[in-house]
Design a protein around this ligand. Structure first.
Ligand code: NAP
Length: 255
């Protein structure tokens, strides 16, 4: 008997990285899972690799979370194809790093649109289902960069915005049986951090090694570290926890 038997979980940006790790964990624990990503074929391919339990289903849906029509259509399709919706994870993300004086308006808007507008649009679509059934779990991906990070004025602002958004969802949706929390990961080894290494003209393994060395627990994170926290926060065991941001960073923010 899994914690997510009979549940449907939708994870955005789940074709790879933290999103795929989280989608896999929900699948292992019994959920039917929707993999949402920009590219439908990548989403479908990832959905086909999920470790589903018997009787559970998966679907891959192409969707740009920053587009209202696309977000509404994705939620409607998941409800139709998987028979409901119980968990929403707003994970889709991008970076467009640059020092402030070199940051373009396009790079500012793009990052705001995917992270903040995307989380807003997906949550607005999902809450209709959640409120009607008086049950729902929302998990938003913030970051340690919310506390400030050189070269990430756009990303940092979006990720702190996610924390305020999450607190407000907790207040507004709590009376309807809906919990909303956020996870703020530290360094997690994914294509996103590999791209940062490339931007800094560093070897990926060396970049990871240096980040591990600087971390109190002496390693970098893996998508599974975030998935484990996500599986707890979206479970019924966490029903008295809402509006919170959990830092999953090996203690990095202590430094
Ligand atoms: P990732 O490997 O780059 O994966 C992000 C996924 O989101 C990609 O599949 C990407 O698709 C998708 N995506 C981008 N824009 C989208 C849109 N408009 N609509 C739908 N999907 C979209 O990133 P990750 O490292 O797993 O990060 C996942 C989340 O954790 C992000 O919110 C990130 O900010 C946050 N986070 C990551 C770290 C870290 O160290 N990795 C730390 C803190 C927070 P495409 O490939 O088609 O672009």
């Amino acid at each position: 008997m899994g914690r997510y038997d009979g549940r449907v979980a939708l994870v955005t940006g789940a074709a790879r990285g933290i999103g795929f790790g989280t989608a896999s964990r929900f699948a292992e624990e019994g959920a039917s899972v929707a993999v949402i990503d920009l590219d439908e074929s990548a989403a479908a391919e990832a959905a086909g690799r999920l470790p589903l339990v018997e009787g559970a289903k998966a679907v891959g849906v192409g969707c740009d979370v920053s587009d209202a029509g696309s977000a509404d259509a994705a939620v409607a399709r998941v409800v139709e194809e998987l028979g409901g919706l119980h968990v929403l994870v707003n994970n889709a993300g991008i970076t467009r790093d640059n020092l402030l004086f070199k940051m373009t308006e396009e790079d500012w808007d793009l990052v705001m649109n995917v992270h903040l507008r995307g989380a807003f649009l997906m949550t607005r679509a999902a809450q209709k289902v959640f409120v009607a059934q008086k049950y729902g779990k929302i998990l938003n991906l913030s970051s340690v960069s919310a506390l400030g990070n050189r070269g990430q004025a756009n990303y940092s602002a979006a990720k702190m915005g996610i924390q305020g958004f999450t607190r407000t969802l907790g207040l507004e949706l709590g009376p309807f049986g809906i919990n909303a929390n956020a996870i703020a990961p530290g360094f997690i080894a994914t294509e996103m951090t590999d791209a940062t290494a490339a931007r800094l003209k560093m070897d990926v393994e060396e970049f990871r090694r240096l980040n591990a060395e600087a971390n109190p627990v002496k390693r970098v994170g893996a998508p599974e570290d975030i998935a484990a926290a996500a599986a707890f926060l979206c479970s019924d065991e966490a029903s008295y926890i809402t509006g919170q941001t959990l830092y999953v960073d090996g203690g990095a923010k202590l430094g």
